[in-house]
Write a protein that binds this ligand. Structure first.
Ligand code: PMP
Length: 420
């Protein structure tokens, strides 16, 4: 008899060595990085012990089987996000993926020619005021290198932006719209298909920062119609050291590689080089093969749980987080109003107590959260707070974890004398 999905989700905790070995710790920082299940660690260890070798180099049998594992992992991740195998470029993480794209677009601009991806001085790149620095600073640098202009979609007092606000910023000069699917600060979920339609009306390309969506909800990149996307394995139960740049095949093959070296080439002379088709043209140097194997195991694990079931459970966890935090006197949450759609994370401020003190206090009580600006300084500046405290959940989070957060939070203001 198959187990009902919700039961499978509640029992998932047993699969995670970290939560098993640290029973006193309430880990509510999965939006920063997630804990890998044993199957991911086992897959990496088995591969390392039995099949470890350089990939795509030489003709040995060892290289052949390592390459097969490496390319199967790529196909596995492609299937996980609704992409073609050739559209998945391995990178170090999402930040690296965005930088790689920004450098490729820089080279394309300098080489000139025709194409939606060729930036000219005065062309515009649109981002939102809520972006993570990873989806902001590389575009600032791209603009500086090409003469393009960066425009930001404003957010409201809750840190949210609307399609109307975006439409007010996009113009016939817009060449690229780069935005997060899910905000790592507010948990806001972007209307991706509407943005893609808006971009198409202006002949602009789209880049989706899927760091906070790929781990938590079914993701179909072809279905959404975005041109580029990025995400990191370590936020989706996989290892650190590997991420993905997704690009539509014809775009990846049209772009110069942005970074170069061994392996990614066809013919090299002392003066010039030819490059392989995508994705390998973007992957010079020795590749993160062990991490790729672990990442594929994470995708298998998430698919076994079922991404729809994961999303449903996280919907419950999101509501529980919000209900728990808003109930504490003197605590204010950022982002969507209670009851509105949001990811399973909540950032908040505690009246009269600095977020770092809140974080330290919670940590002393065994509750691990994140404090700071969460790599989103412009958003925090707009909201008039220097920093916030963020609690985020994932498949191993229990209702008890959230209750523990609520109990500890209820004591914070009293401890710091902020309730007097
Ligand atoms: N974008 C968002 C929305 C994120 O939450 C993060 C990680 N905090 C990143 C980009 C960058 O991811 P990484 O550090 O894995 O490159």
């Amino acid at each position: 008899m198959t187990m009902p999905r919700s039961t499978a989700m509640r029992q998932a905790r047993a699969d995670f060595p970290f939560v098993q070995r640290r029973p006193g710790q309430v880990y509510l920082d999965s939006a920063a990085t997630s804990q890998p299940p044993a199957v991911v660690l086992d897959a990496q260890r088995t591969f390392t012990e039995t099949a470890y070798a350089a990939v795509h180099r030489g003709s040995s049998a060892a290289t052949g089987s390592a390459t097969t594992a490496f390319e199967s992992a790529r196909a596995r991740i492609a299937r996980f996000v609704g992409a073609g195998d050739d559209e998945i470029v391995w990178t170090e993480n999402a930040t690296d993926a965005i930088n790689l794209l920004a450098w490729s677009l820089t080279d394309a601009a300098h080489e000139g020619g025709e194409g939606a991806w060729v930036l000219h001085p005065g062309d515009e790149i649109v981002i939102t005021e809520a972006e993570h620095h990873a989806n902001l600073v590389p575009w600032q640098r791209l603009a500086a290198r090409t003469g393009a202009i960066l425009r930001a979609v404003p957010v409201d007092d809750d840190g949210l932006w609307t399609l109307d606000a975006m439409a007010g910023v996009v113009s016939e000069r817009t060449r690229l719209i780069a935005f997060a699917h899910v905000s790592n600060v507010t948990g806001f979920v972007a209307p991706v298909e509407d943005v893609v339609a808006l971009a198409a009306r202006h002949g602009a390309l789209t880049f989706l920062d899927a760091c906070q969506s790929a781990p938590h909800r079914p993701l179909d990149l072809h279905g959404l119609g975005v041109d580029f996307a990025a995400f990191s394995a370590h936020k989706m139960l996989g290892p650190t050291g590997i991420g993905v740049l997704y690009g539509r095949t014809e775009l990846l093959n049209a772009l110069p590689p942005g970074r170069t070296g061994g392996s990614a080439i066809t013919t090299v002379t002392l003066e010039s080089a030819g490059f392989l088709p995508a994705p390998h043209r973007f992957e010079p140097g020795t590749q993160p093969v062990v991490q790729a194997v672990g990442f594929a195991a994470a995708a298998d694990y998430l698919d076994d749980l079922g991404l729809t079931a994961v999303a449903e459970r996280e919907h419950e966890l999101a509501q529980a987080l919000v209900d728990t935090v808003v109930r504490v006197p003197g605590v204010r949450i950022l982002g969507p109003a209670p009851g509105a759609e949001r990811a399973a994370l909540v950032s908040f401020v505690v009246d009269g107590v600095h977020p770092h003190d809140v974080g330290q206090f919670l940590d002393d009580r065994g509750v691990t959260v994140r404090t700071g600006h969460h790599c989103a300084q412009p958003l925090h500046r707009r909201l008039g707070v220097p920093a916030t405290t963020r609690a985020s959940a994932y498949v191993y989070t229990t209702d008890d974890d959230i209750a523990a957060l609520g109990e500890a939070l209820a004591e914070v203001r009293g401890f710091f004398g902020a309730d007097r």
